[in-house]
Design a binder for this molecule. Structure first.
Ligand SMILES: [Zn+2]
Length: 283
């Protein structure tokens, strides 16, 4: 009797697992349709890049551009990462682990305050707004000392998710990139702004109040349209490994499809096969 019961329980369990698997596979198939295959490949758009600097506010933001960094490193670039917020532990150690997995040659932190979530969602990040000059100085100094040809950060329209710290850092970097172009010793030639095609933007970032609020404040409809894409299928192993360094953020990263369980190691890279950027160029 006991065996019979446990057999039935096993069959029901197996059935539920199979059902969950096929649901997930169906979901991935649906998500694959959100990609835009019409956006030109980065190949042929850029000349040799020997130094790339990624500047983002938060530990785990570096994951969003990990494919681009791995692509450029494969072609010989030295990559540095500057994050702006000091989150304290364990997040600083998680970031160090992730930066090492991605292969950043150097990682630095600006030491700025990461605002409280209650303030962020109401756009009350006073410290950041009042200290734009200090933030600008830290980024400028890093650009001066490292002399990168390429900068990578969020878009300056919405800051991807509408996070005001994404936006402020992106605005400062775009300002430096465009404003210093005439200086003889200013090297950056490319600015990669992380972006998404509309269908993916709607699915991945556009449903939150923070996104809607920033869109209203900035009076924009969307992130800037991406004008280059990179196939990152072969970099997902490393990107996922780096993602799992952020142990305190795993739920959020899963929701953002920035990490996946082993059982989806074929499906996930094939579905989320691209990173998209708005590429700005200095002449
Ligand atoms: Zn962030």
């Amino acid at each position: 009797m006991f065996n019979k019961k446990s057999n039935i329980a096993s069959i029901i369990f197996l059935f539920l697992v199979l059902l969950a698997c096929s649901d997930k596979e169906e979901e991935y198939r649906r998500l694959e349709m959100l990609q835009d295959n019409g956006i030109p490949d980065l190949k042929n758009r850029i000349k040799n890049i020997s130094r790339v600097l990624v500047v983002v506010p938060h530990a785990d933001d570096e994951l969003v551009a990990a494919g681009l960094v791995l692509y450029l490193k494969e072609r010989g670039a030295i990559a540095h990462l500057l994050t702006l917020c000091d989150h304290g532990e364990p997040r600083q150690s998680e970031l160090k682990c992730s930066a090492e997995k991605i292969g950043f040659d150097k990682y630095e932190n600006g030491g700025f305050i990461n605002n409280k979530w209650e303030d962020i969602i109401e756009n009350k990040i006073l410290f950041w707004k009042e200290n734009k000059d200090k933030i600008k100085d830290v980024i400028q100094q890093k650009i001066n000392s490292f002399q990168p040809e390429a900068l990578v950060t969020y878009d300056s329209s919405i800051g991807a998710t509408g996070h005001p710290e994404h936006l402020i850092s992106a605005e400062i970097i775009e300002y430096l990139f465009k404003g210093n172009n005439n200086l003889v010793n200013f090297r950056p030639r490319y600015l990669f702004q992380i972006s998404l095609p509309p269908k993916l933007e709607d699915f991945l970032v556009a449903k939150t109040n923070m996104y809607r609020q920033t869109k209203q404040i900035k009076k924009v409809d969307r992130m800037p349209s991406p004008n280059v894409a990179i196939n990152i299928e072969k970099y997902w192993d490393v990107k996922n490994l780096a993602g799992f360094c952020h142990k305190s953020q795993l739920n959020a990263l899963k929701r953002a499809y920035l990490i996946y369980d082993k059982s989806y190691k074929k499906l996930h890279p094939k579905t989320f096969s691209k990173e998209y950027y708005r590429l700005l160029e200095n002449k």
